[in-house]
Design a protein around this ligand. Sequence first.
Ligand SMILES: Cc1ncc(C[n+]2csc(CCOP(=O)(O)OP(=O)(O)O)c2C)c(N)n1
Length: 634
Amino acid sequence: MSPLLDKINSPTDLKRLTLPELKQLAAEIRQELVAVVSANGGHLASNLGVVELAIALHRVFDSPRDKIIWDVGHQSYVHKLLTGRKERFATLRQYGGLSGFTCRSESEHDPFGAGHASTSISAALGMAIARDLSGDDYRVVAVIGDGAITGGMALEALNQAGHVGSRLIVVLNDNGMSISPTVGALAKLLSRVRLDPRYSQAKEVSKRLITRLPLGDRLWQVSQRVQSRVKGFVMPTMVWEELGFTYMGPFDGHNIHELEVALAQARDYHRRPTFVHVVSTKGKGYLPAEGDAVYFHGVPPKDSTAREIPTYSEVFARTVLRLARECPRLVAITPAMPEGNYLSIVEAEFPQRVFDVGICEQHAVTFAAGLATQGFIPIVAIYSTFLQRGFDQLIHDVCLQDLPVVFALDRSGIVGDDGKTHQGTLDISYLTLIPNLIVSAPKDENELQHLLYTAVKSEHPMAIRYPRSAGLGVQLDKELHNIPIGKGEILRRGKDVAIIAIGSMVATAVEAAQELASSGIEATVVNARYVKPLDSELIIDLASRIKHVVTVEENALSGGFGSSVTSLLQKSGINDVQIKSIGIPDEFVGQGSQAILRAEYGLDARGIMQQVLDMLPSRDSVSSHPGSFKETMK
Ligand SMILES: Cc1ncc(C[n+]2csc(CCOP(=O)(O)OP(=O)(O)O)c2C)c(N)n1
């Protein structure tokens, strides 16, 4: 039952409600969030924490004319409910449904699409300057969390914004949490405000001042006066003021009236960019999420099956722990994902050797490079999609100097419900073009352990990509061993076609080969293990004997594994082989379960089998085999 929410079709409807009605609306929104996100999975705690803020923003500003930009966009669900997307809300994060992030093509109320952190202030500044150049007068608001504001881009944008002085409002939603507690000196500064008992006193003073001072002067004077009235309490306003912003706050992120008054002040202020500091509770209003905001940051969908087999991420972290026990110079780095990649278990035993650097992928990579110059062996555990942020650092700081940094690329390939912004389907392409970098992918979780061991011993930069999923349930060897760099393995022999697969696609290729066998087609299956260097000896030998070669990868075809194999054969003068590369075409992969998306791109056993059958010369010759594909395809 949500009688008020049912009547909200646009922000205009919101403006008619009284304060008690708004409070009821907030409760209805929370119910809807818990119901839909518990079923579909998604970012629950972050959204519960911004219910009042989203309501206040949409009452004070005039979206879509005014631009409200949610950083990361993972906390934009309430905004979606208030901007005409309530009817489709139950499709959140599902195949063909509403995105779990902001998306320009989804609504005119999403002026900027996101998914990766720390972009909002740059985008907002761009819009503000565009507005000024066009002589327009709409408002631009960036809403950013205390986690995302530690990202380099956000700080670069603040630097320019303060310098140019364009009218821009930055709302800091400060809940002390990134996914895990926010780390860093900036986080410490903010927590001084949140945890100091004088904060409540300061809040009262700022509330009184805001309503009493004449319009226009209010903001300018509030922060200074708050400081002078609350004796001995040094507000951390100086940082923002010195950066060229007028600081307001801190405000109670769950008091709609207080938020509205503050935001209206910021809206009507013309002199400088403003920085509105809002303090909120992640998971607010739903006790389980308030109690465990880390778990409820991103909850799995209801129908996800309970797992008995460890994930690749878990096996990765357990192997790091083993290696860290043996090698005191091994260190691990995570840009704000110690839970997702399980490095928290390493941190528990070696707190001095695990570094959560915040949402700062670029810094993570160069920080690792610095450590490597001094004889340490850094493992950068990073999601495939987020390493895109550290591309030049990877080239210029690590590979150009041939420094032995290990990159563990979690969530490579199709990740599922997070959609276009989070798919890890480009890494083979952007990694293999970099000189000196060894690029690998294990066929299962056991091979992941050995590749990690190999990488740590390799004395060169090396990347290992692995998928977002449970492992295959294979036995984990007790002893770790080196896997010769650039050496693949033949898993199955057959004369009709050679399927050369990499990483997550190896097991699927084996499955496809088994199905092909029942159609009378004998396939060789190769576990390539390395994309760079390729096992050229093995591939050339195969191609000289088997004239149909298929490559399979969960990566873009453009610049991918298949294109490396093709160019190897070309360079080797092998021109009489028909090659088919199976992978992802030149497009961004949308959202949906991994199974649905893999099937869509022909990356399941059936899809591979079908594509092999399509390339083979004559179905007649095939159908002469017992159990022909024609029969099996019926
Ligand atoms: C570049 C990048 N790195 C990592 C992430 C993963 N991530 C999503 S939300 C989030 C935490 C954001 O914290 P904060 O901005 O404080 O928002 P909150 O969830 O606390 O409201 C992280 C690390 C990301 N989306 N983008």
